[in-house]
Design a protein around this ligand. Structure first.
Ligand code: SAH
Ligand code: SF4
Ligand code: F3S
Length: 442
């Protein structure tokens, strides 16, 4: 009765959390299985960022009823942001859920699993913490390629963007002891990993006070980058209000800090940005873009954007399109606004942009971005990049794929190359999403 199966939805932080959960349970003698039919406990680590993320989980729970009918001892637990948002109400709404555990309560999982099993009761544990960072837990790398891994450097968020549920599901912002972060990165390097990604909702506000003063994000990055010149370092996500020149300067000095910055813009309109409580305007944002390009002309820039936030006008939507044309992002995650319960927007603003208008605006952004990405990629043709090889291309065993420092995927003929190696590749062709290359022999 100790087999667990973990399924993860949502952002990279949820994937990192599932690795902590796996580690905590393994220590207590639980076994991870890859076949759901063998599971005594199915743990679903959930996301609450948009309504459709939650609907997907509810659909999944309906599907799992058939599995439960075949295996009457199977217990289903909900972890993550949806657990935190809905708490024990979720077990009332979804009868086949036996326990809900929020993101700061994972240490209690062994005890909860035992209680659910032995007493045949349901259990909810959703208290948020101001201090929990799981900094002493060495994550079990789930579904890892042995090449790249995530490291959580902080938890929570208290920026309270008007549309966002994260401050309510993840609690107060807190940073993790840098010594434990560096030790985790070093251990990954010793195990042969070639890339680590430092994770937080707003990594630029990472801060740790110690005797000798304070460690900020730029110093932390530098310490991780200095572990080994052959281990790449990435990070996500940056908040434009806190992106410092100091960090850009550190990035520019270290070849192994990847030249890629994810800088969510959300909107190109100053009125929208103010209403969203983002604490920057379009001029500030463009100044940060200019600073990135000044320090690192070859840095790629990616973003998140929301179409149809409360009261957004056609003119304001056009400002977002203009922002995209000005910045020329290499990649963008594009979303339709989804009203979330308990957020500032839900309490004080009106979700008054009709759904078909949101959809049309989103499609306009997607179309423009597709064109820009293709044009950007065309400019890469002829350039030579160092590529970290990740694996076989999905289309053909004869081809491999990897990424350059800018995080662009490059596909090329295999030759004698193995995943985990660094190779030099010349770009010869492209689509909007992928670069096609040839291995350089000298
Ligand atoms: N902490 C990160 C973002 C985390 S959520 C940051 O601030 O940059 C990832 C993205 O989801 C956000 O950047 C935003 O674009 C989008 N998002 C968040 N809440 C949303 C909502 N209610 N509706 C639509 N998109 C949303
Ligand atoms: Fe949400 Fe804003 Fe925090 Fe990002 S910074 S997680 S968008 S509240
Ligand atoms: Fe979703 Fe929670 Fe991440 S709401 S985006 S899983 S922090």
């Amino acid at each position: 009765m100790k087999n667990i199966y973990i399924e993860t939805y949502g952002c990279q932080m949820n994937f990192a959390d599932s690795e902590i959960v796996a580690s905590l349970l393994k220590k207590e003698g639980y076994e991870l299985v890859t076949e759901i039919a063998e599971a005594d406990y199915v743990l679903i680590n959930t996301c609450a960022i948009r309504d459709n993320a939650e609907q997907r989980i509810r659909k999944r729970l309906r599907e799992l009823r058939a599995q439960q009918a075949r295996h009457s001892q199977m217990r289903i637990g909900i972890l993550g942001c949806m657990a935190e948002r809905l708490q024990s109400q979720l077990m009332v709404e979804e009868e086949n859920v036996s326990f809900v555990v929020g993101p700061d309560a994972y240490r209690r999982l062994p005890e909860i699993l035992a209680r659910v099993r032995q007493l045949g009761v349901k259990a909810a544990e959703t208290e948020l913490s101001t201090t929990e960072t799981y900094d002493d837990i060495e994550p079990v790398r789930l579904g890892s390629n042995g090449i790249s891994a995530y490291i959580s450097i902080m938890r929570g968020c208290q920026n309270y963007c008007a549309y966002c549920v994260v401050p309510y599901t993840r609690g107060r912002e807190r940073s993790r002891d840098p010594e434990t972060i560096v030790a985790e990165a070093r251990s990954l390097c010793e195990q042969g990993y070639k890339e680590v990604t430092l994770l937080g909702q707003n990594v630029n506000s990472y801060r740790w006070k110690c005797d000798g003063g304070e460690v900020g994000f730029a110093e932390l990055m530098e310490r991780v980058a200095e572990i080994s010149p052959t281990m790449r370092v990435r990070f996500a996500t940056s908040h434009p209000k806190d992106l410092s020149d100091r960090l850009l300067e550190v990035m520019s000095r270290h070849d192994n800090i990847c030249k890629c910055i994810h800088l969510p813009v959300q909107s190109g309109s100053d009125r929208m940005l103010k209403l969203m409580n983002r604490h920057y305007d379009s001029a500030w944002y463009l100044d940060r873009i200019a600073a990135i390009r000044r320090y690192m002309p070859d840095c790629s820039i990616t973003t998140d954007v929301i179409a149809g936030f409360c009261t957004e006008t056609e003119e304001e939507h056009r400002m977002t399109l203009e922002m995209f044309s000005k910045v020329r992002y290499d990649y963008a995650y594009m979303f339709k606004f989804s009203m979330r319960p308990n957020t500032y927007a839900e309490k004080h603003l009106k979700d008054d942009v009709p759904d078909e208008v949101k959809t049309r605006r989103l499609e306009e952004i997607i179309a423009l971005q597709g064109q820009i990405a293709l044009e950007n990629n065309r400019r890469e043709v002829g350039k030579v990049y160092e590529v970290l090889v990740e694996g076989e291309s999905h289309r053909s065993k004869e081809r491999l794929f990897g990424r350059n420092s800018q995080n662009k995927v490059i596909v090329f003929d295999r030759h004698e190359v193995q995943p985990g190696m660094y190779v030099r590749v010349r770009v010869v062709d492209c689509t909007a999403a992928t670069l096609l290359g040839e291995l350089c022999t000298q």
